[in-house]
Design a protein around this ligand. Structure first.
Ligand SMILES: Cc1cc2nc3c(=O)[nH]c(=O)nc-3n(C[C@H](O)[C@H](O)[C@H](O)COP(=O)(O)O)c2cc1C
Length: 499
């Protein structure tokens, strides 16, 4: 499996905008550079490298792709492709699979052609959007939450925290539910089911009382939904007692789950809120109410920032703002923790876990599967990059499963649970794992020394060539230096028994 090589190739991508109808593609008559660059961005370099022709078409080429780039000359397309040939391809031991059979799995016993669904949100809110997602290769959609409330959204309704390359890392929304009528959404389900019978329709619903939860669940089944997802988790509802207000009260979760379950015969999933200390109480309540599975996580209550001139938090709606739901790659660690908590709870064994929260790449998705997720849902990455991310999600996971010799998605579900503990008290504490410095790769920036001096144990000095030298007596093996090195020149090294 390729590791460090990929990270270094990816670093050259920083100026690529992943354009629509990319000029680099139009400039090249031999390959599809935009697709290759996207695969690098989404950590799928092995597939990219193997899909290139045998002979490097960039050799001797004047690189019109770079010239025509919207950031003229700033993205080293030719160099990136050269590196795929020289640094990635030689390490590719497993051929790209001929089909996607390894990706087949199921959601509560209903077949899925792959584990990837759009999660309930704007990305799955019209017939046309769902149809385009299906055509692009998504196995299913969890449709935007259906309700009978009068929904009237604010503008603007999003704000974001961005990384150094400008991409969205964390995303806040103050959006509520579907603004189509129940009847309009049922018509959409009927058309989707008629035209895409093999795709999975998960109907997200929110009732205001038991009768309405049941009524909505029944209607969704009658109009073609394969399963129902109960929205106990939207943090943005205007009225109290809805959304995440329900998910925080196990008795209500149980009561409304039972109401929906009694009204339909298709599987029912409870979508739970992360705005709690632990998710198990609500999960167990959903099970008592008859739920077949749990979907998590919905967004986390947040304030992404405050304008230092107007003093208004973001997004500012006519001079005011509101706490809203946080999603995107920044929430992945919190989502992974909740999924593992549910998967490790013996009371919940046998329940399907539909996992989400910050998934962008096939590797992110795989991590959720390893911690017990049985299917994967995504919104924010689709809002940022489009339905096209499904290409790399599928091909990256497919190649991984083949490379590792797994017979399908089911084989990896939960494989990471045994070594994960809910508390740190089970960990071995008698060994120090020293860092190892690759002096060839080190560029002498000294970031390791600064962090070790001011955030660690003063165990690193720089020699006359600005290369780090470790004081083994002071080093406690915390690995802060490994994490801050911008060149990935520090890796785990020798062990020493400390006691
Ligand atoms: C703009 C936006 C609208 C959303 N609307 C809904 C919704 O109607 N129902 C729901 O259950 N979750 C909704 N969500 C939450 C997502 O389905 C998902 O649980 C969450 O965003 C975490 O996944 P992500 O990081 O892949 O976006 C919404 C999220 C966003 C960003």
């Amino acid at each position: 499996m390729i590791g460090k090589e990929s990270e270094i190739v990816r670093a050259d991508m920083i100026r690529c905008t992943l354009c629509d109808d990319a000029p680099c593609d139009r400039a090249c008559e031999i390959i599809d550079p935009a697709k290759i660059l996207r695969s690098i961005w989404f950590k799928n370099e092995q597939t990219a490298a193997q899909s290139l022709p045998k002979e490097n078409p960039c050799t001797g080429c004047t690189a019109p792709c770079e010239h025509d780039c919207v950031r003229a000359g700033e993205v080293p397309v030719k160099k990136l492709i050269d590196r795929l040939y020289s640094e990635i391809r030689p390490h590719c031991e497993t051929q790209i699979p001929d089909d996607e059979d390894l990706l087949k799995c199921d959601l509560c016993g209903i077949p899925l052609e792959n584990p990837f669904l759009l999660s309930s949100s704007v990305v799955a809110s019209t017939y046309d959007m769902c149809a385009r997602a299906f055509e692009a290769g998504w196995a299913g959609v969890c449709f935007k939450t259906i309700c009978s409330l009068d929904i009237h959204e604010a503008s603007p309704r999003f704000s974001a925290i961005t990384g150094n390359d400008g991409s969205i890392v964390g995303f806040k929304n103050i959006e509520q539910l579907s603004d189509h009528s129940v009847a309009e959404n049922m018509e959409i389900f009927r058309r989707l089911k008629a035209n895409y019978p093999g795709k999975f329709i998960l109907a997200s619903i929110m009732g205001q009382n038991e009768k309405e939860w049941g009524e909505l669940a029944r209607l969704c089944e009658e109009n073609g939904a394969d399963a129902v997802e109960l929205n106990f988790s939207c943090p943005n509802m205007a009225e109290g007692g809805l959304g995440s207000d329900i998910g925080q009260v196990p008795e209500l979760v149980e009561r409304f789950t039972r109401a929906a379950k009694n009204a339909c015969s298709i599987p029912v999933l409870a979508k739970l809120t992360p705005n709690v200390a632990a998710m198990s109480p609500a999960g167990e309540a959903a099970k008592r109410g008859g739920a077949d599975g749990i979907a998590a996580i919905n967004t986390i209550k947040s304030v992404t920032g405050v304008n230092i001139h107007t003093f208004v938090a973001a997004p500012a709606v006519h001079g005011h703002s509101a706490v809203g739901g946080y999603s995107g790659n920044a929430v992945k660690p919190i989502a992974l923790r909740f999924i593992s908590e549910l998967a490790q709870n013996p009371e919940l064994s046998g329940m399907h876990l539909s996992a989400m929260g910050g998934i962008e790449t096939w590797q992110d998705a795989l991590e959720f599967l390893l911690l017990g997720g049985g299917s994967i849902q995504i919104t924010t990455a689709v809002m940022q990059y489009g339905y096209r991310i499904i290409d790399d999600l599928k091909s990256g996971l497919n190649l991984y499963l083949k490379e590792k010799g797994f017979s399908g998605v089911k084989d990896v579900i939960g494989q990471g649970l045994d070594t994960l503990s809910d508390t740190t008290d089970t960990l071995e504490r008698d060994t120090v794992l020293f860092p190892k410095f690759d002096t060839e790769r080190c560029i002498g920036c000294g970031r390791c020394r600064i962090s070790c001096d001011d955030g660690g144990h003063q165990a690193i000095r720089l020699d006359e060539n600005r290369k780090p030298v470790l004081n083994g007596k002071k080093c406690v093996g915390c690995h802060l230096c490994v994490l801050v090195c911008p060149e990935r020149a520090i890796t785990p090294g020798k062990k020493r028994i400390s006691r």
